[in-house]
Every structure is written in C-alpha cells, then in structure tokens.
Design a protein around this ligand. Structure first.
Ligand code: AMP
Length: 185
C-alpha cells in the first residue's frame, strides 16, 4: 500500500506517519527527516539544503525528486511506503505518478489532515523539537509556501478523486482512528 500523508506544517503528518508505520508495518519515507539527517552528518546534500530549510523555503524539485526516486528503488519499499512531506509541489506529484506507473505501482491513498491555521502555529511552537525552522517568523514563511506551492497538490489529487480528508483535530489517537476507518473502508 502506497500512502501519502499530506497537510500544512504542524498538521501532525510525522506523528500520524509513525502510527501508520507501526499499524500497517510499512516503511516511512520522510524527505524532511532525510534532509535533517544529511545536515546533521554534514553531507554534500546537507550543505546544499541547509540554508533553504532554515529559511522555511522548499528544496528545488530536481533535488527532491532525485532523492525520492533513488530511495523508492530500494527493496524495502516493494510492498509499499508511507510518504510524509512528499510530494510538496505539483511537479513532484506528477513525477511520483510517472515513477509509480513505470513500476506498476500507484498511490493507494492520499490522506490530507485538516487543521485550522490558528491551531497549526500553536502546535509547532509547542512541539519543542528544537528545529531551526520552528520559530514564529519561519512558521509564517512555511505556511505561506504551503499555501502557494504545496496546497495545489491537494487539488491535483482531488481532481483525480484520490484525496481523503481527515479531521486533524483532537487527540493523536482520535485522529489515527479516523485514518484507520478511512483506509479500512
Ligand atoms: P518537513 O520535515 O516535512 O516539515 O520538512 C522540513 C523542510 O524540508 C521543509 O520546510 C523544506 O525546506 C524541506 N523539504 C522537505 N520535504 C520537501 C519536499 N518534498 N520538497 C521541497 N522541500 C522539502
């Protein structure tokens, strides 16, 4: 099962992805985690993306797409994947579709977490992960980037009839129950 978990910054994608991984026994592919790991290890890729991430902007499509295509070729993703933080632009979504088609795979579910904007900012400021892009000013940029560049991805999957809206408010378990109900139905 190939599942995309989608939503604005602070919607709880990472948290719900962790629950999905455990419940459905699928591997996690978080582009943000891969970038943070590369920054920590001071790799070439890390050096390339650090200032972009620190500014709350998006890493260029070519870089992200190359990374994800290389990653998805690995055997561990043969039975499926939980994609978290990717695709974030319509170009990325189209490239993913083409990649899946070439490999006789498809997006089985596109889950979008609906959370009001006032709640998003509160959640990010409270999560205390020490991320350099979790400051009020950077959050503002990330939300703007989300609205301008990432939200069209939702429309792309809506048009294809694949988007499943999940109420992203309430407890972590409430939200996960809604996801399970949606996926199992
Ligand atoms: P995340 O952990 O998903 O919130 O991602 C953190 C940051 O990593 C984003 O604000 C972007 O700078 C970068 N990033 C992660 N995934 C992508 C992507 N699919 N496309 C472009 N930039 C990304």
């Amino acid at each position: 099962m190939n599942i995309i978990i989608f939503g604005p910054p602070g919607a709880g994608k990472g948290t719900q992805a962790e629950k999905l991984i455990e419940h459905y026994n699928l591997p996690h592919l978080s582009t943000g985690n891969i970038f943070r790991e590369n920054i920590k290890n001071e790799t070439l890729l890390g050096k390339k993306v650090k200032s972009i991430m620190d500014d709350g902007k998006l890493v260029p499509d070519e870089t992200v797409v190359e990374l994800v295509a290389d990653e998805l070729k690995k055997e561990k993703y043969n039975d499926g994947v939980i994609l978290d933080g990717f695709p974030r632009t319509v170009t990325q979504a189209k490239t993913l579709d083409a990649f899946f088609e070439e490999n006789n795979k498809k997006v089985d579910a596109f889950l979008t977490l609906d959370v009001p904007e006032s709640e998003l900012v509160k959640r990010i400021l409270n999560r205390g992960e020490g991320r350099s892009d979790d400051t009020p000013e950077k959050i503002k940029t990330r939300l703007k980037v989300y609205r301008e560049e990432t939200e069209p991805v939702l429309n792309y999957y809506e048009v294809k009839g694949q988007a499943i809206h999940i109420n992203g408010t309430g407890t972590i378990d409430d939200i996960f129950d809604r996801i399970k109900t949606a996926l199992d139905s």
